[in-house]
Design a protein around this ligand. Structure first.
Ligand SMILES: [Zn+2]
Length: 86
């Protein structure tokens, strides 16, 4: 499972996104309670690494609603701010 060469922690400017439910996490295994709340084993299995600027996030549900293609400029380099759990 760990032989893919992909990093467990998303590099700066990117996050793991569950393509099944839209949750996102900095840690692929969901170990950080703030940055990966609700993330579970199925999210890990459905996850892929995306640049943050590719993501459209619904503020109300705090889920990724759609994923844009990368632009030719190589996208963004800003760090995503995770909201604190309510
Ligand atoms: Zn999920």
């Amino acid at each position: 499972m760990s032989s893919s060469g992909e990093p467990r922690k998303a590099p700066p400017g990117s996050v793991w996104v569950c393509q099944a439910c839209g949750k996102y996490s900095k840690d692929r295994f969901g170990d950080d309670p703030v940055k990966s709340r609700g993330w579970d084993a199925s999210c890990m299995l459905n996850s892929a690494l995306y640049d943050i600027c590719q993501l459209n996030i619904d503020e109300a549900t705090d889920r990724v609603t759609s994923i844009k293609g990368k632009d030719a400029d190589g996208c963004c380099d800003w760090e995503f701010e995770f909201k604190q759990p309510a």
